[in-house]
Design a protein around this ligand. Structure first.
Ligand SMILES: [Fe+2]
Length: 345
């Protein structure tokens, strides 16, 4: 059984199965096609199905229409059912055209070749079949990728909800922060990959709070300094949870740095401006705006005006000026607004 990956299959030599009861014709087909393809042969329909089962998958099958026992139309219909990715070509005489057209109309046949088939016509038809097969594989890979993305989306949303379930004051915070971060990213012209990275980082930026005792998160009043020290570990814990993600997706680094500030006054590492990645500088602004607009155990929402004043006041010192300006412009000139936070106070 050929168990090459889809990418490897795209580069491997095409594998052709030729079915014809005429030995001389079979040999002619083999000679024309053997240079660029790996060739398998069968002298009747039943044998072709056995070769398919034992040596498949094949890129394409070329079958004669008239064979004793199972004819070409029936063979290709059965190949269509058991190996739908194998592209099917039918070889026929003019007298059999009606049966061949039926096979095409039923979707069993990609192309009909008429006898006698000149070598160049045969090669062109096989080239077209190989391209068709590559298209089928590529679309299958794309479909699998989309399914995987859907799965990843579900996992990310699930973790995001898990953190928020432990801290009712965080309800909706991840989503609102992400929405604002993505609106800023669009304004700044970040590409699709950067926006996807930012979206996952935004939805999971406080995932490290799963290690903070729920009592610290939900208690009204000011926290003691040792309690606040535990909360300040959440970016590093979040990084530890997600650090094995692909290197090209700096989700974990953005999460680790989302409380760092331009002047080095942030945490957990006190990094200053140029050492903080772009995604973290952007997310920091969105996070502060939504956090100030959210209710907290120790205070009600401070409102959007206070949040924007904070960003303006900290522009350049705490927050990247480019990110701060982008955020202020969105709210003040472009009509952006946060979704209403859930009032749990
Ligand atoms: Fe945070």
């Amino acid at each position: 059984m050929n168990d090459l990956s889809p990418a490897a299959k795209l580069q491997a030599k095409p594998r052709l199965l030729l079915a014809d009861d005429d030995e001389i014709l079979l040999d002619t087909l083999r000679r024309v096609l053997a240079r660029d393809n790996e060739i398998f042969t069968a002298e009747n329909g039943q044998e072709a199905l056995e070769v398919l089962a034992a040596c498949g998958p094949f890129t394409a099958i070329i079958s004669d229409l008239r064979m004793p026992g199972m004819d070409g139309v029936e063979l290709l219909a059965r190949v269509s059912a058991t190996a739908p990715d194998t592209v099917r070509l039918l070889l026929t005489g003019h007298a059999d055209l009606e049966a061949a057209l039926d096979a095409v109309n039923q979707g069993h046949v990609f192309r009909i070749l008429t006898k006698p088939c000149p070598p160049e016509t045969l090669r062109l038809a096989v080239d077209a079949a190989v391209r068709q097969h590559q298209l089928v594989l590529a679309s299958r890979e794309l479909f699998a990728l989309k399914r995987f993305q859907g799965l990843l989306e579900g996992v990310v949303q699930g973790f995001s909800s898990l953190v928020e379930a432990r801290d009712p004051y965080l309800a909706g915070h991840h989503q609102r922060t992400t929405d604002l971060a993505l609106a800023m990213a669009r304004e700044l012209g970040l590409d699709n990959t950067e926006r996807d990275t930012l979206r996952i980082a935004g939805l999971l930026h406080d995932i490290g709070k799963v290690y903070v005792p729920a009592d610290f998160l939900n208690r009204p009043g000011v926290l003691r300094s040792e309690e606040f020290s535990v909360i300040k570990m959440h970016p590093e814990v979040g990084y530890d949870i997600l650090k094995h993600l692909d290197r090209d997706w700096p989700v974990a680094v953005i999460i680790r740095q989302h409380h760092e500030r331009m002047d080095g006054s942030g945490y957990p590492h006190g990094l200053s401006g140029r050492y903080i990645v772009q995604g973290a500088r952007l997310l920091a602004v969105a996070d502060v705006v939504d956090a100030m607009c959210s209710h907290r155990p120790y205070r009600p929402s401070l409102g959007i005006h206070a949040a924007l004043e904070e960003i303006e006041k900290g522009r350049g010192r705490l927050y990247d000026p480019l990110m701060a300006d982008c955020c202020l412009d969105l709210f003040r000139n472009k009509g952006y607004s946060l979704a209403e936070p859930v009032n749990t106070a």
